[in-house]
Write a protein that binds this ligand. Structure first.
Ligand SMILES: Nc1ncnc2c1ncn2[C@@H]1O[C@H](COP(=O)(O)OP(=O)(O)OP(=O)(O)O)[C@@H](O)[C@H]1O
Length: 911
């Protein structure tokens, strides 16, 4: 058994850190630990959902992923046989208990909810970002109520950037790190006094210079109107005045003494300004914090910063850890943390009591563990308080072994080698990665381009022409705005794309139109009905909405609209909407929550090349990456305050940025240098993340000048070959099947009570659900045998049981069993390479083939159907698939429709 109780992996991109985390999680389950005792925290909701899914999938299909199984064998020291034996029980235990696979934010929100009343906060708060205007207004009202607007204006003058926005940003930053802020120090210097002292020394300097007959230009340097102007003089960058060429001849001990005294005084003047500015900021900040907290408590809406702030206070004020555990009804014995390099100090401080608890038990018989993984080369969130130094600090504090991993399991050989070439020697501590043994050759190309967008689109087109599935392409950009520009260009070129926002249900036009119609019914604003009417090609005069009553539940209304307008059309996103609606009992809450929701669209229900910011792509991987240079110039660092963290990782100094201050103040100069170095490191980290996302191919579109890639000396190059793509298995689109006779209804959503209005559309909906579930069963079966069917039925029951009901499930099982027992079907499988749910792009369209059988000399495309109602349509569809496969594989391709009907299996050859 290789399980190490206390361990950290500090390893490069693609080396399997997240993989190791999942392995460890499952290993703990096999070792008998209960899911409720393991806290696994990831960085994004998406990562948490994926990990949860991965745990379930891996437990269900334990034998299918050799690498995973081997890793669990090594970790637990159990044989494969023992693991298989334990599998059903472990899966059952996992499915029947609460698992804490969460983001840190959602975990904190859970803690806070459990005891928020201690802070006067109702536990039903919601967490979402607030519009800045709302926060600004609360802040200004509070400042105004205390008659402090003049102080605010004064502060704006002091920080030299006179916009209110800047102050607001400062306040936000203070709040973000509130618990880490140092005590406000006393104002011990006076700006006026320092100015007077500087003035005396300046005049003295003029006098001593005149005494030595210094030339006019030397005197002129000290002929200034204000201390600020004098402070800005470049000549102060020298240690002594004599080092400056103009003064070489005139400098003497007297002059140097005045020069040194003046420099010292100017440093004090800057310090005095810093003190006074900080004093004002802290004063105003008290009101800001007050306004924000009061607003959060009253509205019950918490931003993520509020969440951290309140949780911190809670943990400070809560009587004991035992009390906390009692409140959340869990006691964690094992903690696993992903992407640790981006954990902020504050987040760590919130977790610290739980981690300490684990170490406190060390040496006792209790089995406890702590594991974290990260890569400081991928640290991107310094601006949000992410402190990469935390990685080492935690290891040292607790004596945790830090292990390296040097094999890249993600990328093709050329991608790995090229990344090594780009970063070796240019990134501190970079250790070249090895390729995995069976790595593809892959492809990397860097273009110089004046037309970044146009060339990126052209490269995507090139990939598509080679048969690459559009879903396997990702464009990585620097900003959201670059992403939007690119999306418009892709749309013009006819390339489907998905921006992050398009993966949110509320942005799916069809869903948005439907919800808008609900809004019309509720509020009577005619404009809200327009989108849906347009979608269904009707006018107000042609529709009957008399059935509507304000007493109907949101679910009933959405469901009725779908039926009334024949709107379903195989759309699984509408199922998601129904599911969401079932959680609300009143219309206003439903409408409001939908408006701010971020429900992800049904998997694979939308297709296109992803467009993502580099930040958003962290932790993800894509077959082909097209990476674009930044379209606009990088912003220069202008933050008025600089926060310095000490070795204990709390803020020990806040510096007020003043131009040229580095010439007067060594401490300031050092911190600014550190900051510059960190900024450079951050920029390289961003490049590193971007260049390590590709699995097979990487194309970089680089500007010939002022490129973000200049930092690593990137030049145009090309290595490897782009091949004609084989059909990829990039997930699945179980195609809903139309029309079967069945008594199944969709009456099982939450609180729905509308079973009695059965009509044709309802039957269609039921049939679609049935078809979807049937396809899903066939898709997830490891092979076509009884054992795989039994395994598959467990997931089908979990996923579709509620929707298709018991009878539906039995019918699915019966029909699939008939298929696997069908001799004709089994004969087809013999000597064939079996590929399920093949996605491919052909003639600009996406295809999803249920089953593709590859024989030595020909191919066979099989499409499953659960009803013969649309035979001609089915036939045309399969013909189309045949054509696509034939053109890609250049092999004769046959087609077959396999009907899984109530009365038995029927097949139709299409040649
Ligand atoms: N030991 C392994 N054997 C086979 N495949 C692996 C192994 N470890 C990881 N992989 C696969 O390699 C890919 C990259 O792994 P993973 O995402 O865990 O890397 P990572 O270190 O977390 O990357 P990043 O730092 O970019 O987030 C995934 O597709 C994963 O399934």
């Amino acid at each position: 058994m290789s399980f190490k109780q206390f361990l950290a992996y500090s390893a490069s991109a693609g080396s399997g850190k997240t993989f190791a985390l999942s392995v460890r999680y499952i290993s703990l389950l096999f070792m008998g630990e209960s899911p409720g005792s393991i806290l696994a925290a990831t960085f994004t909701n998406k990562a948490a959902a994926e990990m949860q899914q991965r745990v379930v999938d891996s437990l269900r299909h334990l034998g299918e992923n050799e690498a995973f199984l081997d890793a669990i064998v090594a970790e637990t020291g159990m044989s494969r046989e023992v693991l298989f034996q334990k599998q059903p029980e472990v899966l059952k235990r996992f499915l029947s208990s609460t698992a804490y696979i969460v983001t840190l934010d959602s975990f904190f929100s859970m803690i806070l909810r459990s005891a928020s009343l201690e802070l006067g906060l109702e536990p039903d708060f919601v967490t979402k970002e607030q519009p800045e205007e709302t926060l600004e207004k609360h802040f200004l009202d509070e400042v105004d109520a205390h008659g402090l607007i003049p102080s605010l204006v004064k502060l704006a003058m002091d920080i030299e950037d006179k916009r209110f926005r800047k102050i607001f940003e400062l306040m936000q930053h203070f709040y973000k790190v509130d618990p880490l802020l140092p005590e406000q120090s006393e104002v011990t210097l006076s700006v006026n006094k320092e100015e007077e002292a500087c003035e005396i020394l300046r005049l003295e300097m003029l006098k001593v210079l005149q005494n030595t007959d210094a030339p006019d230009r030397c005197l002129k340097q000290f002929d200034t109107k204000s201390t600020k102007e004098l402070f800005g003089k470049k000549l102060f960058e020298k240690e002594t005045l004599g080092e400056h060429s103009w003064y070489k001849k005139v400098a003497n001990t007297e002059i140097e003494a005045v020069y040194a005294a003046l420099k010292q005084r100017l440093a004090l003047w800057a310090k005095a300004r810093e003190m006074i500015v900080l004093h004002h900021i802290f004063k105003i900040y008290d009101y800001y914090r007050n306004a924000i907290i009061t607003n959060a408590i009253h509205s019950g809406v918490l931003t993520f910063d509020d969440l951290t702030y309140f949780t911190y206070r809670l943990l400070k004020e809560i009587p004991s850890r035992e009390f906390l555990y009692f409140k959340i009804d869990a006691k964690f014995k094992h903690i696993l943390l992903d992407e640790f390099q981006d954990t902020s100090t504050l987040q760590y401080k919130l977790l610290e009591p739980l981690i300490e608890e684990i170490f406190a038990g060390q040496g006792q018989s209790d089995f406890k563990s702590f594991f974290y993984v990260g890569d400081t080369k991928q640290s991107l969130y310094r601006f949000r308080g992410g402190v990469e130094e935390l990685f080492e600090w935690v290891a040292q504090t607790h004596g945790i072994e830090v292990e390296q991993m040097d094999t890249n399991y993600r990328s093709s050989r050329h991608v790995v080698e090229q990344v090594n070439l780009w970063f070796e020697g240019k990134m501190e501590g970079y250790v070249a990665q090895k390729s995995k043994v069976d790595a593809h050759e892959g492809y990397v190309e860097v273009f110089d381009s004046e037309e970044v967008i146009e060339d990126a689109v052209a490269q995507a087109q090139r990939l598509l022409d080679l048969g690459v599935n559009v879903d396997d392409i990702a464009f990585l950009v620097s900003t959201n705005k670059d992403g939007q520009t690119l999306q418009e260009a892709c749309a013009k070129a006819g390339i489907a794309t998905l921006l992050k926002t398009s993966s949110s249900l509320k942005n799916v036009p069809k869903v948005a139109a439907l919800v808008s119609m609900v809004s019309y019914l509720f509020s009577g604003e005619k404009i809200d009905a327009e989108a849906m009417l347009q979608n269904v090609g009707k006018t107000f005069a042609e529709i009957d909405l008399s059935w509507f009553s304000v007493f109907m539940s949101p679910l009933q209304v959405v469901d009725r609209l779908i039926r009334e307008f024949g709107y379903f059309d195989n759309d699984r996103n509408l199922l998601k909407l129904l599911e969401f609606a079932s959680g609300f009992s009143d219309m206003p809450t439903f409408l409001e929550e939908f408006g701010t929701s971020s429900i992800s669209v049904a998997a694979h229900s939308i297709h296109g090349a992803r467009i993502m910011t580099i930040h958003g792509s962290k932790g993800l991987e894509f077959e082909y990456v097209i990476l674009l240079d930044k379209l606009t110039r990088p912003n220069s660092d202008k933050a008025p305050l600089i926060f310095h963290y000490n070795d204990e990782l709390v803020i020990d100094q806040i510096l007020y940025r003043t131009q040229n201050r580095e010439h007067f103040d060594e401490n300031y100069a050092r911190i600014m240098e550190e900051r510059k170095a960190s900024a450079l490191k951050d920029r390289k980290n961003v490049l590193y993340v971007a260049l390590t996302r590709a699995v097979e191919g990487l194309i970089v579109i680089k500007k010939p000048e002022a490129s973000i890639f200049d930092e690593i000396g990137m030049v145009p190059m090309s290595i490897g070959r782009l091949r004609q793509a084989q059909p990829m298995t990039s997930g699945s689109v179980p195609e809903p099947v139309e029309g079967i006779d069945s008594s199944i209804t969709i009456s099982d959503y939450g609180t729905q009570e509308i079973t009695e209005h059965e009509n044709d559309e309802e039957k269609d909906l039921a049939a679609i659900l049935f078809g979807t579930a049937l396809h899903y069963t066939l898709e997830i079966m490891g092979s076509f045998d009884e054992k795989s069917l039994q395994n598959a039925m467990v997931s089908v029951r979990n996923r579709y049981g509620q929707l298709v009901g018991k009878v539906g499930l039995q019918e699915i099982e019966k029909r699939v069993r008939e298929l696997i027992e069908d001799e004709r079907f089994q004969k087809l499988l013999k000597n064939a390479q079996i590929m399920k749910e093949q996605s491919l792009s052909f003639e600009g369209e996406l295809k999803q083939i249920d089953l593709l059988l590859a024989y030595e000399d020909h191919m066979l495309v099989i499409d499953y159907k659960s009803s013969k109602k649309y035979f001609l349509k089915h036939q045309a569809q399969v013909h189309h698939y045949q054509k696509a496969i034939e053109s890609i594989t250049e092999k004769p391709t046959e087609g077959m429709l396999v009907y899984l009907l109530e009365q038995g299996i029927e097949t139709v050859n299409l040649n």
